[in-house]
Design a binder for this molecule. Structure first.
Ligand SMILES: *Cc1c(COP(=O)(O)O)cnc(C)c1O
Length: 398
């Protein structure tokens, strides 16, 4: 018999009742160290006092009004994102897929407004993840997400990861732009080379097409810069953001230059909930902290420490961990055992991590994680690796 909740997820047998900083507590009172962060959402950990106070105060005043009216907190959030990025303008929505969907529509209507409506196709990267709507599964192009859902939305061409020649060859008279994650998240914590991203920027400029970044997972400080593309010294024309921007409250955003957004006039696109007063208040509270002087530098420092300590564990357990990859506090362990086994072994140690493609285990700790908690995670990882090695069915190595 089907469960009342649609059984579309494979769930672990765990339920949490409250959180505090990097810790989660189960309904039974057991404490877990959360290095999954709701998949890069809880950027400031759980129940951050500033976010809690902001949300409570706003809850007493006003939750929702329609985008038929001005929403001052939304305007303030947009102004702050514009001031802190390449962008001139922001559309608010509620999720990553919606942010990417807006980016896709914006890229298409840009060329329409430019008198080239035939330019509607976006080139994406094999193994990428852009969300689960009909258009974003077509953008991702992964068979496991597309099967059974009818005709694939037209307008996406896929090229291999880090292949500039394939990218050049894929550009044609119908190409509107390139859609890319600066660092593939679900695909396995695979960073694009900064030089490759610079080549893509130059290619887009030369061809008169748009560079669209999906920073849904990498954005809002995760890699130690506010946005990951900053490491390459380039800017996109359009960018999708979500996950961490609401610190746990559903919020997404599509940022763009004035030029790239020129087709998005009144009536072309919309969202009932997007950027409502409650969401915008929390989004502003997240920025209050992430944009504080020194916050991102501290993320970079912590990331160096965490990565060095992970490298030592990898050296000690080569039969479990093959390599470490990622940027900032978005780090992946490429595994020599099935990644599901390492996730389970970590969970047995009460450390939460998340699997990713390419047999990777992801760590996405809070950006404000403390050194002592990094050490705690390292000890738990060490114990999990030992437990995996000592498991009877692993005698003789993986
Ligand atoms: C999570 C993710 C999405 C989809 O976000 P949802 O909020 O689940 O719709 C899109 N792109 C990237 C890169 C993501 O990591």
């Amino acid at each position: 018999m089907i469960t009342p909740v649609l059984p579309n997820y494979g769930r672990f047998d765990l339920a949490f009742e409250r959180g505090e900083g990097p810790y989660l507590f189960t309904t039974g009172g057991e404490r877990y160290l959360d290095f999954g962060g709701g998949i890069a959402v809880n950027a400031l950990g759980h129940a951050h006092p500033h976010l809690v106070e902001t949300l409570k105060a706003q809850a007493d005043k006003l939750w929702h009004v329609s985008n038929l009216y001005h929403i001052p907190a939304q305007e303030r959030l947009a102004e702050r994102l514009v001031a802190a990025s390449f962008a001139d303008t922001v559309f608010f929505c509620n999720s990553g897929a919606e942010a990417v969907e807006c980016a896709i529509k914006m890229a298409r209507i840009y060329h329409h407004a430019n008198g080239q409506p035939e330019r509607y196709r976006l080139i994406t990267v094999t193994g990428a993840f852009h969300g689960r709507t009909l258009a974003t599964i077509a953008a991702g192009g992964q068979e496991k997400h597309l099967t059974g859902f009818g005709p694939v939305v037209d307008g996406f061409d896929h090229v291999p990861f880090d292949d500039i020649d394939a990218m050049k060859a894929a550009i044609g008279p119908e190409t509107a732009g390139i859609l890319i994650e600066p660092l593939l998240g679900e695909g396995g914590i695979l960073p694009n080379r900064p030089d490759y991203l610079r080549q893509l920027r130059a290619l887009c400029d030369a061809e008169g097409i748009l560079l669209v970044m999906d920073e849904v997972q990498t954005g809002i400080g995760r890699t130690g810069k506010l946005f990951a593309h900053e490491w390459a010294g380039i800017t996109p024309d359009i960018m999708a953001v979500a996950k961490a921007i609401g610190g746990g409250f559903p919020l997404g955003a599509c940022l763009a230059t004035e030029q790239a957004a020129k087709g998005m006039t009144a009536g072309t696109h919309g969202s009932t909930f997007g950027g409502n007063p409650l969401a915008a208040a929390v989004g502003n509270a997240v920025l209050d902290i992430v944009l504080e002087d020194g916050f991102l530098e501290a993320v970079q420092q912590r990331a160096i420490v965490f990565r060095q300590k992970l490298a030592r564990i990898a050296d000690d357990h080569p039969e479990v961990i093959e390599a470490i990859r990622g940027e900032g506090l978005m780090l992946g362990l490429k595994c020599r055992v099935p990644n599901t086994e390492l996730v389970a072994a970590l969970m047995a140690q009460k450390l939460l991590a998340v699997g990713a493609g390419d047999n990777v285990v992801r760590f996405l700790p809070p950006l404000n994680i403390e050194d002592a908690q990094i050490d705690e995670a390292i000890e738990l990882l060490d114990a999990a690796c030992h437990a995996l090695k000592d498991a009877p069915d692993r005698a003789g190595g993986a």
